[in-house]
Design a protein around this ligand. Structure first.
Ligand code: NDP
Length: 452
């Protein structure tokens, strides 16, 4: 096995060195997950629910430890990291309620009765990116396990530590050996093996659109089930009739949270002409007040980027002549970058490409139709916000924006009880919400004749 030095992005120091799987060793893990799939699906729904609840309780007992691990490994602010560990617990609790409610239908037909069942798929492969290692893992493994599947999960090389710890906590909670497996390894070999290994029946992938497309193409060979959660370039649409002070005060968190490394980042800010100056004035104050600092500090609101490479890529999008203002960032060790706001006419590269860093572009619009035209002028469609006091307009615009998760007078995109996923090239399928188990089950139809 080869090894990999896991870095702390805030200090550039090595946190720990991990062993990496290769294709042969990941095949052995998949074999084991396949072998135990039969006994796991036979665990009664009530017992599976009890095990998931216990897993949630063990995660809760280790919430601070998991949060600290994420701060050290991903540079997340401690406040965010605590929320993320709590999210894993909550998602486990939510889906612990699912095994006993995952019922099929009895459909009226002639000559007998017709029943549907939701059968587990078998082994599910989950590929997780580095931007939200804990929540994205949980959104996959919790409903997958609840539906009776076994799981092999590959975290990103850069951020494997919380996932590896969660696998240990699952065992401590009594989830049987081989049911929930975490394998550290690189994406192109170990991750892609989920696509080519016939024992893996579904791949859940979150990451770049480029890799998502490769996975979709590869999955065609075995008609393998996939869920893809890819990039975004979401719009934050601010109408002149909105509470401009509130929209401007919230806008930095909507794009610079997690240093902008968020597929839901509202990195295109569309402001109606007549409110533009007022918005920019208030937005500038809010950006300059953003606390970009050592992520272990309880007051931190933004930490470093994940790596030097990511910071260089993000910097490459900044056109100095278009910069309206910047916030601050520490100097010295760590992959720091100040939050940066550019003005745009809607034609530049930064306005159209997913930057995945602390860079926002602001553009003016005239009216509702203009706002919709600009918002939809992108291959992505993941999230977005609409700010207005006119509720009819809010609904009209919400129906018109081609994205999967919108919020009105708010910037929050994700709740475990509601569906999450993208339109267009932002992905395929939905995660979370009451129907998540459907994506981890095959619907089987059985007709029973009642004729003599
Ligand atoms: P990737 O899509 O390369 O990585 C995401 C995950 O996929 C990682 O676990 C990675 O493994 C794995 N992976 C990489 N290649 C393959 C493959 N051929 N088959 C299977 N799995 C694979 O994202 P990057 O880390 O390179 O980030 C690049 C850009 O992608 C970002 O700047 C951002 O724009 C976007 N992105 C979007 C995310 C989102 O949430 N929508 C999340 C992350 C990135 P490993 O890294 O360990 O090799």
């Amino acid at each position: 096995m080869s090894t990999y030095d896991v870095l702390n992005p805030a200090t550039e120091e090595v946190v720990t060195t991990i062993e990496l799987h290769d294709v042969a060793s990941v095949d052995r893990v998949i074999d084991r997950a396949h072998d135990v799939a039969t006994s796991w699906r036979a665990v009664t729904p009530a017992d599976r629910a009890r095990l998931l609840r216990r897993f949630a309780e063990v995660v809760d007992a280790h919430r601070e430890e998991l949060a600290q691990l994420e701060v050290a490994n991903a540079g997340h602010t401690i406040g965010n990291a605590r929320w993320e560990a709590g999210n894993v617990r909550d998602v486990l609790h939510y889906y612990a309620g699912a095994p006993e409610r995952h019922s099929g239908k009895q459909i009226p037909v002639a000559g007998g009765i017709d029943l549907t069942f939701y059968e587990p798929l078998g082994v599910v492969g989950i590929i997780v990116p580095w931007n939200f290692p804990m929540p994205i893992a949980g959104w996959g493994f919790a409903p997958a396990l609840a539906a009776g599947n076994t799981v092999v999960l590959k975290p990103a090389m850069q951020t494997p530590l919380t996932a590896l710890r969660l696998a240990e906590l699952a065992l401590e909670a009594g989830i049987p050996e081989g049911v929930f497996n975490v394998v550290a390894g690189n994406g192109s070999d170990v991750g892609y093996r989920f696509v080519t290994n016939e024992k893996v029946r579904k791949v859940c992938f979150t990451g770049s659109s480029a890799v998502g497309k490769k996975i979709m193409a590869g999955a065609a060979d075995q008609v393998k089930r996939i869920t893809l959660e890819l990039g975004g370039k979401s719009a934050n649409i601010v109408f002149a009739d909105a509470d401009i002070a509130k929209a401007a005060a919230g806008a930095p968190y909507a794009v610079f949270d997690n240093a902008g490394q968020d597929c839901c980042a509202r990195s295109r800010i569309l402001v109606q002409e007549s409110a533009y100056d007022e918005f920019m004035e208030k937005f500038e104050v809010a950006v300059k007040n953003l606390k970009v600092m050592d992520p272990t500090n309880d007051a931190a609101e933004m930490g470093p980027l994940i790596s030097a490479t990511q910071r260089d890529t993000v910097q490459g999008y900044v056109d100095e002549s278009a910069v309206a203002f910047r916030g601050s960032a520490p100097s010295g060790a760590g992959f720091w970058m100040a939050p940066t706001v550019m003005e745009s006419d809607g034609t530049d590269r930064a306005f159209h490409e997913e930057i995945f860093g602390p860079v926002a572009s602001v553009v003016r619009f005239k009216d509702e139709a203009d706002a919709l035209r600009i918002a939809n002028d992108t291959p992505y469609g993941l999230s977005g916000s609409i700010w207005t006091r006119d509720s009819a307009r809010a609904l009209r615009v919400a129906r018109g924006v081609e994205t999967g998760a919108l919020s009105v007078n708010s910037n929050s995109s994700v709740r475990y009880a509601t569906p999450f996923g993208g339109f267009k090239q932002s992905g395929i399928g939905r995660e979370l919400g009451p129907d998540a188990l459907r994506a981890f089950s095959e619907e089987k139809n059985v007709f029973i004749s009642t004729e003599e």
